[in-house]
Design a protein around this ligand. Structure first.
Ligand SMILES: [Zn+2]
Length: 187
């Protein structure tokens, strides 16, 4: 995983950019929850599930199928007023699915552990992207306050938080028409 904060941050940027209709606070919260949910699989370590198993870390809960299932459940819970199967309902499903799938995308950009089983359970192959600038974070809060943890934070700040803040700020400026007014001050 990238750190849970960074997974949640990416989902928050997606909410800021897409701005789906609905309560902003609730959308930020649910999208962030979707983005961190795949790491629920770390609970399996205590139950003896191995990293490379179907239900192991970065396994089924990091798959695209899981992301779609979470997207459907989140939509049913968060948007009960939407007509099931309507274009807006599917748009909400897609949004929450993408928020969930963003988790695996970030994990596949880390430099350690096993890859991400994007196509589980049909294909158990673990995948990494060719470009992996993020250090894999330690599992365990105490190790986060180590040299390793600092490298994780520095990498995520550089490659995720700074671009994400720029994208969020850009979306805000465009939405507020500030960019347009700067181009045409007479308007
Ligand atoms: Zn993960």
């Amino acid at each position: 995983m990238a750190s849970a904060f960074t997974h949640a941050f990416v989902a928050a940027v997606a909410v800021a950019v897409v701005r789906p209709s609905g309560s902003a606070c609730r959308l930020y919260g649910v999208a962030a929850l979707c983005a961190v949910l795949p790491d629920v699989d770390v609970l399996g370590f205590a139950a003896g599930i191995q990293y490379g198993d179907l239900l192991g870390h970065r396994g089924l809960t990091h798959s695209l199928l899981f992301a779609v299932l979470v997207g459907v459940v989140a939509t049913l819970l968060v948007c009960p007023g939407l007509s099931r199967g309507s274009a807006r309902w599917w748009a909400a499903v897609m949004f929450f699915s993408c928020a969930t799938a963003s988790h695996g995308v970030l994990d596949a950009m880390t430099d350690g552990g096993l890859g991400v089983a994007f196509f589980s359970p049909l294909d158990p192959t673990r995948y990494f992207f060719p470009w992996r600038p993020l250090r894999v974070p330690p599992i365990g809060i105490e190790l986060f306050f180590s040299q390793w943890g600092l490298q994780v934070i520095a990498g995520e700040l550089a490659w995720i938080w700074l671009p994400g803040l720029a994208i969020g700020a850009g979306a805000y400026l465009v939405r507020r028409g500030i960019v347009r007014s700067l181009r045409s001050p007479s308007e």
